[in-house]
Design a protein. Structure first.
Length: 129
């Protein structure tokens, strides 16, 4: 298996950044298109859990735009059809905390899609992370 094939890594990096733009703009249609439309798609959020694309859509429909800064973003590809994106983030509305986000991206006939995502927050003791 090829890890971090340059072409695959460039594709996933671009779609990851497009996802971040859509997230911060609260572009629900673009975010919906970036998730795998399946009952098997799972998203664990900071304070919520969604199983399946319909629950994810309901969650997205009531969200508001926000701002955040990313750090320590690491995207690793495995073969040509699977990638894991991991990043830390900070939000002004969550002072003293650091967020963690992981996404599993898979290549489909319609392009790269998030098949699983996890977002959580923890205390950032003295900015150690």
């Amino acid at each position: 298996m090829v890890v971090d094939d340059p072409e695959t890594l460039a594709q996933v990096t671009a779609v990851f950044h497009a996802y971040e733009t859509a997230l911060l703009e609260n572009d629900a249609a673009t975010l919906d298109a970036m998730f795998l439309h399946s009952d098997a798609t799972v998203r664990y959020g900071v304070a919520e859990i969604q199983y399946g694309i319909e629950e994810i859509r309901r969650f997205r429909s009531v969200q508001s735009p926000f701002t955040r800064t990313l750090s320590r973003t690491l995207i690793t590809t495995y073969g040509h059809d699977l990638a894991i994106a991991s990043t830390l983030f900070r939000r002004d509305d969550f002072p003293g905390q650091v967020g963690r986000q992981m996404q599993t991206w898979i290549r489909t006939a319609d392009g790269w899609k998030v098949a699983a995502a996890h977002v959580s927050m923890i205390e950032d003791a003295a900015g150690a992370i």
